[in-house]
Design a protein around this ligand. Structure first.
Ligand code: GLV
Length: 320
């Protein structure tokens, strides 16, 4: 029986299954464990089940001399120092696949919300600004028939593209080595589906936003750091693009007084791409499967390794 530290309560039955086999300590609070508590929690633990908001770095590994397995409750793993884990022989796993469709649903929700101004219109209805049916009120842009650029043609990007087919959209893709500028200039919606790495950080900055049409929308359900947020704020204020919908930001959470919130035509969601009951339960099951396998000295069903990092030439430049 191994000792396992889990950094948050999770939905579904996965953790109970883990508790039948191992001694599980679950951080009881709704907010992430402060650093000192995280380091205390992993001291002596053989397994760690963590979230994307937990920084799993060399300092943590040094504080966890018994650690053999880390299961990230996420498909992304930019919060984990994979090179250091590999150097120490610690297995790392993620939760791919089960969140693909749910994240694609949310992406499409943001496309519709941004293009049709749904959030502002709902606030107007609720707050007494709906006085009559207005011929020129609440005008947005059509989603059907528009051109969508998917940057990062992996599983989630492809699932978004399948939804776009149903809206009779023209879909363009951009992946490793593709020239972004001509595609950005053609797109009505630009949707990001890349993991965060040295190669993708700041991928969308001032030149890329300026290359977009003034009627186009930027959608980000991947990682906040892919976008230069100051450049985004300026582009929205200047009208260089029509609007943006982001489920991710840097930092997270984005404080209520962050200047980005003041931008015109920006919808910010609190990183809820995979947040459906079924998907979050399925992610817990996968994370538990990863831990159980590694602690039993079997390969994790969903391992991630340094060689699969997106900034290594062999790694994917998209979310699987
Ligand atoms: C969410 O952002 C994830 O990586 O699963």
């Amino acid at each position: 029986m191994a000792r396992i530290f889990v950094t948050r309560e999770l939905p579904g039955a996965g953790l109970a299954r883990l508790g039948e086999v191992h001694r599980v300590e679950i951080w009881p609070a709704p907010l992430p464990p402060p650093r000192a508590d995280l380091l205390r929690g992993v001291a002596g633990a053989e397994g760690l089940l963590c979230l994307l908001s937990d920084r799993i770095d060399a300092e943590l590994f040094a504080a966890a001399s018994n650690l053999r397995a880390v299961a990230n409750f996420a498909v992304g793993y930019d919060n984990i120092d994979l090179a250091e884990a590999e150097r120490r022989g610690i297995a790392v796993g993620n939760t791919p696949g089960v969140l693909t469709e749910t994240t694609a649903d949310l992406t499409f929700g943001l496309i519709l919300a941004a293009a049709r101004g749904l959030i502002g219109a709902a606030a107007d209805a609720r707050e007494g600004r709906w006085r009559t049916w207005e011929p020129a009120g609440w005008l947005g842009h059509d989603v059907h028939g528009a051109t969508l650029l998917v940057i990062g043609p992996g599983a989630i990007g492809s699932a978004v593209a399948r939804r776009a087919d149903g809206f009779a959209m023209r879909v363009l893709f951009a992946g490793r080595g593709d020239d972004l500028a001509p595609r950005l200039a053609e797109a009505d919606f630009v949707s990001l589906h890349l993991p965060l790495s040295d190669a993708t950080q700041g991928l969308i900055g001032e030149p890329e936003l300026e290359a977009m049409k003034p009627t186009a929308y930027l959608i980000n359900t991947a990682r906040g750091e892919l976008v230069d947020q100051s450049a985004l704020r300026r582009a929205l204020d200047r009208g260089s693009i029509a609007g943006a919908g982001i489920d991710v930001s840097s930092p997270e959470p984005l404080d209520a007084d962050n200047p980005l919130h003041g931008a015109r035509n920006l919808t910010v969601l609190p990183h809820i791409g995979s947040a459906s009951h079924a998907t979050r339960s399925a992610m817990a099951e996968l994370a538990v499967d990863n831990l159980l396998a590694a602690l039993d000295r079997r390969p994790m069903p969903h391992p991630v390794t340094e060689s699969r990092r997106p900034d290594s030439n062999r790694g994917p430049l998209h979310y699987e």
